[in-house]
Design a binder for this molecule. Structure first.
Ligand SMILES: Nc1nc2c(c(=O)[nH]1)N[C@H]1C(S)=C(S)[C@@H](COP(=O)(O)OP(=O)(O)OC[C@H]3O[C@@H](n4cnc5c(=O)[nH]c(N)nc54)[C@H](O)[C@@H]3O)O[C@H]1N2
Ligand SMILES: Nc1nc2c(c(=O)[nH]1)N[C@H]1C(S)=C(S)[C@@H](COP(=O)(O)OP(=O)(O)OC[C@H]3O[C@@H](n4cnc5c(=O)[nH]c(N)nc54)[C@H](O)[C@@H]3O)O[C@H]1N2
Ligand code: SF4
Ligand SMILES: [Mo]
Length: 733
């Protein structure tokens, strides 16, 4: 009954080179993988790929070591009660089981009882099919993704200010720019190949770099100027910079008059941000502020990169709007070598946003709340008018709230590990415990989330399938399949395709290849701001990676908005006058320190892959909380001492690291070490799920905590080897 037409059974030629992509970050580096027919024998950077021109960082270079490993999920598993351990079932049995249980929930609770939590690490084809299955066939809009924790603020700001999601810039602009501003981005560790390109540019004369980050990061070390702002104060900084630029006559009145709206209102607000006030709010000196403003005023070509230090704050959308304000006011957009450049976190978060895998979106940058957009997609999918439910579904945080309150009964989690990566984990665990049905589709086992699964579906990783990813500069690359997936693992789209068939949703879900799904997706974007209708797997194979917009009639655009026309209702870009609010979580006598969280260069998120590569575990390979020497001294804490970090939500067991890169009063924890490493090791035991009102993105970058010595050695995280904790649990399966 089940077709094995997908990647698993395709005949693959023996020794050969295949063009594929790095599965890690949004830089989207091209890889040439050599295979002997069954194994990957060599990985090297693709010299012709415009994202990396042959370069790879240590994660990308070692990706072959994460494929054929003991911790791969090879077979489907299921259980009928949580009291049992899951046992292996065939793919056919798993499909039928999922179909029966979803049918049951549809009948007892209606479509709104079912939710999907997807990932920016899936192919566009898989993201598209899950979204279509849920919104078009099951008729639930409770489809969200880990992009809610990641890109949501930048995406909503680009849509509000410019009329379309997706950055206006491209990587080639880096080679043309003379000034770089990094706000809340540690690109040296998180987007290393892009940052390398910036560093090469900085070797040239008359180039400048300013980094705004509360920590002295590796990125900050390469900069001419580092502004160690207080967390959550970037909006005040940006308003203060624009105030100075305007006062100095360093704005572009002609651009403002011809291509924008809302300047008068914004300009009227700016005098509230004089240097002395901004310096107080941000905790930086007036001279540094003036120097930054002068650097920007003198810039002929400015690129502003921003990521999680902005997006994961309560004013993430407004701060992103303010970054765009700066570029609109100075006319530094739509021209070579300049523009606001939101770097994408995950390798295919841009593709996910293009297919509309958020609870408020439909394919082709369409909005669920827009009746015309719904009708267009209903027609396109061949569904009766009124099929798509007219209201947005729950965002990620609200989705888990609804699971806890039993509004939602079933959740299908694909390619993400919420029991480690969501804020306020004590609540997430309660939600998963209370669910009637948890389906976890992952490539590895165990993860922090698999322990809650009633059904486990094995997924192929990207080197085992063909499909597309779209990177930070909006470039779509075709990944060729390199090796076969293990056991009964399948490309992610295969599972909803077959579950849909078992639920008798055949028409419209009957795809047999990723190529067919891509063709439909590409057509869905025709005429939209993210038009990719000229693309197909065949075109991408023949012509190489392509940037969108790439309409069927017309040339692709590396740089958007070169004509000064924006896809808003008026054709003008919009200024937004956004006030800085002191809304981030406040320190108290009980929780006197601010915690921020983030990444290190050689680990990837919850480490299901990077824990498998011993070379990446060298150096700082354990959970930690970093603290300024003065704070450690006043708390009588020693370097490498076992400590507990407390917040009003929970506590995290970790190791203290004294670190002069921290500002006094601020502590920092990496996100990579979670429950599989040690009990309560995750920073998300304590983070807040309070969210930005516009984007619904949680403020993962700032919460109030205290740090105390930990006496209980028994609860200390295991630190034997980087791989052991995963392997130990795995052996029990
Ligand atoms: N090595 C590695 N690379 C990755 C990833 C990974 O797991 N590992 N993940 C990928 C993904 S999905 C993402 S989203 C990106 C994230 O890439 P980044 O956003 O660069 O990484 P983070 O470490 O999360 O946060 C960046 C910086 O924000 C700072 N910050 C915290 N609060 C504030 C604030 O209020 N204002 C300012 N200005 N800065 C603040 C932190 O100190 C931190 O240095 O990385 C991608 N690349
Ligand atoms: N405190 C704090 N929390 C954060 C952040 C932060 O900065 N601070 N950052 C947030 C951000 S920006 C992000 S993007 C999230 C990331 O959080 P997650 O998405 O939870 O992190 P990953 O470890 O990448 O999880 C990916 C999961 O998919 C599996 N997987 C890998 N490849 C495939 C595949 O091809 N198919 C399938 N089905 N599964 C696969 C992996 O084994 C893993 O279990 O974390 C968020 N959480
Ligand atoms: S920079 Fe990102 S995409 Fe490139 S090799 Fe490193 S992790 Fe992979
Ligand atoms: Mo992310």
């Amino acid at each position: 009954m089940l077709s094995r037409e997908a990647a698993g059974s395709r005949q693959l030629p023996h020794t050969r080179d295949a063009k594929t992509l790095c599965p890690y970050c949004g830089v989207g580096c091209g890889i040439i993988a050599t295979t002997d027919g069954s194994r990957i024998t060599k990985i090297r950077g693709d010299n012709h790929h415009p994202a990396n021109f042959g370069k790879l960082c240590p994660k990308g270079a070692t990706v072959a070591q994460t494929v054929d490993v003991r911790t791969r999920l090879r077979h489907a598993m299921s259980r009928s009660s949580r009291a049992q351990e899951p046992s292996c079932v065939t793919a056919g049995e798993a499909v039928q089981h999922v179909a029966d249980r979803l049918n049951h929930i549809l009948q007892s609770h209606g479509p709104e009882g079912i939710a999907f939590y997807l990932s920016g690490q899936l192919t566009t084809e898989s993201q598209y099919l899950f979204n279509k299955f849920a919104k078009g066939y099951l008729r639930t809009n409770h489809v969200d993704s880990n992009s809610r924790l990641c890109m949501s603020s930048a995406a909503s700001a680009m849509t509000l200010s410019l009329g379309s999601d997706g950055p206006p810039t491209c990587y080639a602009d880096i080679d043309l720019a003379d000034t770089f501003l990094f706000i809340g981005s540690n690109a040296a560790e998180c987007h290393p190949i892009v940052f390398g390109r910036v560093e090469r540019r900085l070797e040239k004369r008359r180039t400048h770099c300013v980094v705004v980050d509360p920590r002295r990061t590796k990125t900050a070390e390469s900069a001419n100027l580092h502004l160690a702002v207080r967390p959550g104060t970037d909006l005040a900084l940006l308003n203060g910079l624009l105030y100075l630029l305007d006062m100095w006559g360093k704005i572009d009145p002609a651009f403002i008059a011809a291509h924008t709206e809302g300047w008068a209102e914004l300009r009227a607000m700016l005098p509230q941000y004089p240097p002395h006030r901004v310096s107080q709010i941000c905790g930086i000196g007036v001279p540094e502020l003036l120097q930054t403003a002068k650097t920007i005023a003198d810039a002929k070509r400015l690129i502003t990169f921003w990521t999680m230090g902005v997006n994961q704050t309560l004013q993430g959308t407004f701060t992103s709007n303010a970054i765009i304000n700066l570029h609109l006011a100075t006319g530094q957009i739509g021209k070579p070598g300049c523009g606001p450049f939101s770097l994408t976190g995950q390798p295919n978060a841009m593709g996910g946003r293009d297919v509309g895998y958020m609870s408020h979106l439909l394919p082709g940058q369409r909005q669920i709340a827009n009746a015309d957009h719904r009708l267009q997609i209903e027609r396109f999918w061949g569904l009766p008018q009124g099929t798509i439910y007219p209201h947005a579904g729950y965002d990620a945080v609200r989705m888990f709230d609804a699971l806890e309150s039993r509004d939602i009964r079933a959740i299908w989690i694909v390619g993400t590990n919420p029991a480690a990566s969501m804020p306020n984990l004590p609540k997430i665990r309660r939600a998963l415990e209370r669910a009637d049905l948890v389906i976890v589709q992952d490539a590895y086992y165990p993860t922090e989330t698999t322990r809650y699964a009633d059904v486990l579906l094995p997924a192929a990783v990207n080197l085992e399938q063909s499909g597309t990813f779209c990177n930070s500069e909006r470039r779509v690359t075709l990944m060729e399949q390199v090796v076969k997936p293990p056991g009964e693992a399948q490309p992610d789209w295969w599972w909803p395709r077959h579950v849909a068939a078992a639920m008798s949703f055949t028409r419209g879900m009957w795809f047999n290849t990723a190529e067919d799904i891509f063709d439909e997706f590409a057509r869905s974007t025709a005429g939209r701001p993210n038009d990719q209708s000229a693309l197909s797997h065949a075109t991408l194979r023949a012509k190489g990676p392509q940037i969108w917009p790439c309409p069927a009639l017309g040339a692709p655009q590396e740089r958007r908005y070169t004509d000064g026309v924006f896809p808003t209702s008026s054709g003008r870009a919009r200024f937004f006058a956004r006030e800085h609010l002191t809304a981030e979580e406040k320190t108290t006598a009980k929780f006197p320190l601010l915690l921020t969280t983030g990444r290190v260069a050689n680990q990837w998120h919850t480490r299901t892959k990077t824990a498998l590569v011993p070379a990446l575990g060298k150096g700082e390979a354990a959970p930690s909380v970093h603290m300024h020497p003065a704070d450690a001294e006043s708390l009588f804490l020693q370097d490498r001492q076992a400590v507990t970090v407390h917040s009003s939500r929970g506590e995290s067991a970790t190791i203290l690291r004294i670190d002069a890169a921290m500002s006094p009063g601020l502590v920092w924890m990496p996100i990579h070490w979670n429950e599989l490493w040690g009990k309560r090791a995750s920073c998300n035991e304590i983070t807040t799920d309070a969210s930005d009102l516009q984007s619904k993105q949680p403020a993962l970058k700032c919460c109030a905590v205290s740090v105390t010595a930990r006496a209980d050695d028994a609860a200390e995280p295991e630190t034997a080897t980087a791989v052991a904790p995963l392997a130990i649990v795995h052996r029990h399966v």
